[in-house]
Ligand binder design. Structure first.
Ligand code: DC
Length: 224
């Protein structure tokens, strides 16, 4: 029933987009496209190759030319990002890559390249696309648009919990400052900045658990 559908889920960092998008995709039999992972993948390559990301250096442009982004579908219908055929899923979740990916996402040449790939993936439909500009810019014609938001304090707390579960001793004030800085940059950049699409359903997740968010999204999609 939803096999040609594109559902977009946008919002700031740490708002629960990935958890919600994965679960919605699974429940509706769609594939999950994590576009943040694509920006992170370019950031990882830039870090590995010590690229000066300043446009005027030309280094970023030549990095993009020699970097091939493709996908492989895992058993849960998640489209895993491959960089020059390497699965980089485990290497892109560091604080350094979070920061660098937000910097790189301000660059028009990077966005143009990644957006082309995202639209190619979206051509067939059947995806839940998660990011910052899915509903506003990449797939403006889809009718299923969601924008998740939550208070900064709650987002920092959730990220802190995640990091602590994986053994990190990061402190909550630092996490909060990092999230705030990234949001500011993502919202204020000139190229497809983060904001809700005019016709997006806005969900405040501050006082909702993951199941409640998923329930709301599925209900909206089914009621459309
Ligand atoms: O969702 P994420 O934290 O993995 O995204 C990493 C960075 O990539 C984020 O700071 C902003 C950028 N991004 C973007 O500009 N547009 C998207 N569609 C997805 C992510």
């Amino acid at each position: 029933m939803f096999e040609k559908t594109i559902i977009t889920i946008d919002g700031p960092s740490g708002v629960g987009k990935s958890t919600a998008a994965k679960a919605v995709a699974e429940k509706l039999g769609l594939s999950y496209l994590d576009t943040g992972a694509m920006y992170r993948a370019i950031a990882l390559q830039a870090q590995r190759e010590r690229v000066n990301i300043d446009n005027s250096s030309g280094e970023l442009e030549s990095l993009l030319k020699r970097t091939e982004i493709t996908f492989t579908r895992d058993q849960n219908h998640i489209l895993l990002v491959l960089v020059n055929n390497e699965d980089i899923t485990d290497k892109i979740r560091t604080p350094e890559i979070s920061r660098l990916s937000s910097d790189i996402a301000t660059k028009g040449i990077v966005r143009k390249r990644l957006i082309e790939i995202q639209r190619r993936v979206g051509k067939e439909g059947g995806i839940v696309a998660e990011g910052r500009d899915m509903g506003t810019y990449v797939f403006p014609d889809t009718k299923y648009k969601f924008y998740l938001d939550a208070e900064l304090e709650m987002r920092a707390k959730r990220r802190w919990n995640q990091l602590h579960e994986s053994g990190s001793d990061a402190n909550i004030e630092d996490i909060s400052k990092q999230i705030e800085a990234r949001d500011k940059q993502d919202k204020e950049r000139s190229e497809s900045p983060l904001h809700p699409a005019r016709n997006a359903v806005i969900i405040d997740t501050t006082h909702l658990n993951a199941d409640e968010v998923v329930f709301k999204i599925i209900k909206e999609v089914q009621d459309f």
